[in-house]
Design a protein around this ligand. Structure first.
Ligand code: DX5
Ligand code: ZN
Length: 220
C-alpha cells in the first residue's frame, strides 16, 4: 500500500470555470485530477469529452486520471490519449475484449486501469492484473456524484489489496464514490491508496479545497 493520494473529481467542479477549478485543486494539493467521462448510454449521464480534456491540459502538470464510462470504449482511447490523459481506466463491461483494450492503452504509452462496478466480481482481474497500473473500485453505481458509499465494497478492496500485493508490482488501488471524512479512513484501512472525491473536495467553495483535501488524506 502506497501513501494515500487524493484525486478530486471535477464532476463536482463549476463547469463554467473548469480551467480555474483545475488550477485551484492543483494548488490545494490534489495528486491526480479525476475526470469522469460519461456517454448517456453506459451510464445515465453525459459529461466530458476529449476536447475538454485537451483544453484543461495546460492548466496543470498533475496526472489526468481519466475514468471512462462509455461503451464502446475502444474507438475513443486514442483521442483521450492524444488529449493529454495519463491514466485511462475502463470498465470490463464497456467492450468485448478487456485484455485487448488494456494492451491498446499500454501501446498508446498510457497507464491502464480497470474499474469494477459494485456488482462486478473481482475475478475479471485474474488474467489482466499483471498488465495494470491501477484498479478502481466503484463504491457507488457510476453516473452521478453525491451518492452514498456502499459498504460491501470494503470486502472487495481488501481482496484486491491481497491480489495486488501478490503481484509484487506497484499498482494503485483507487476507490471512487461517496468518499468523505467518515468513509476515507475505512477505505484506506481496507487497502486503498488513491481516493476519488468529488463532493468532499468541492464543498465549501474554493477557500475550503485545501483543508478538504488534507482532511481526506488524513492530515487533520
Ligand atoms: C461517479 C463518478 C465519481 C463521482 C464521485 O460515477 O465516477 O467519480 O464523481 O463523486 P462523489 O465523491 O461526490 O461521490
Ligand atoms: Zn470516477
Amino acid at each position: 500500500q502506497q501513501p494515500v493520494r487524493i484525486a478530486p473529481s471535477i464532476l463536482s467542479a463549476d463547469f463554467a470555470e473548469l480551467g480555474a477549478e483545475v488550477r485551484r485543486i492543483d494548488a490545494a494539493g490534489a495528486d491526480y485530477i479525476h475526470v469522469d467521462v460519461m456517454d448517456g448510454h453506459f451510464v445515465p449521464n453525459i459529461t466530458i469529452g476529449p476536447a475538454v480534456v485537451k483544453a484543461l491540459r495546460p492548466h496543470t502538470a498533475k496526472p489526468f486520471d481519466v475514468h471512462l464510462m462509455i461503451a464502446p470504449v475502444d474507438p475513443y482511447l486514442e483521442a483521450f490519449a492524444a488529449a493529454g490523459a495519463d491514466i485511462l481506466s475502463v470498465h470490463p463491461e464497456s467492450g468485448p475484449h478487456l485484455h485487448r483494450t488494456v494492451q491498446t492503452i499500454r501501446a498508446l504509452g498510457k497507464k491502464a486501469g480497470v474499474v469494477l462496478n459494485p456488482a462486478t466480481p473481482l475475478s475479471v482481474l485474474d488474467y489482466v492484473i499483471e498488465d495494470l497500473d491501477l484498479v478502481l473500485v466503484m463504491s457507488v453505481n457510476p453516473g452521478f456524484g453525491g451518492q452514498s458509499f456502499i459498504d460491501s465494497q470494503l470486502r472487495k478492496i481488501e481482496a484486491i489489496r491481497k491480489l495486488i500485493d501478490a503481484t509484487g508490482k506497484t499498482i494503485d488501488l483507487e476507490v471512487d464514490g461517496g468518499i468523505d471524512t467518515a468513509t476515507a479512513p475505512r477505505a484506506i484501512a481496507a487497502g486503498a491508496d488513491v481516493l476519488v472525491a468529488g463532493t468532499a473536495t468541492f464543498r465549501g467553495g474554493p477557500d475550503a479545497y485545501g483543508a478538504n483535501i488534507a482532511r481526506l488524506r488524513g492530515g487533520g
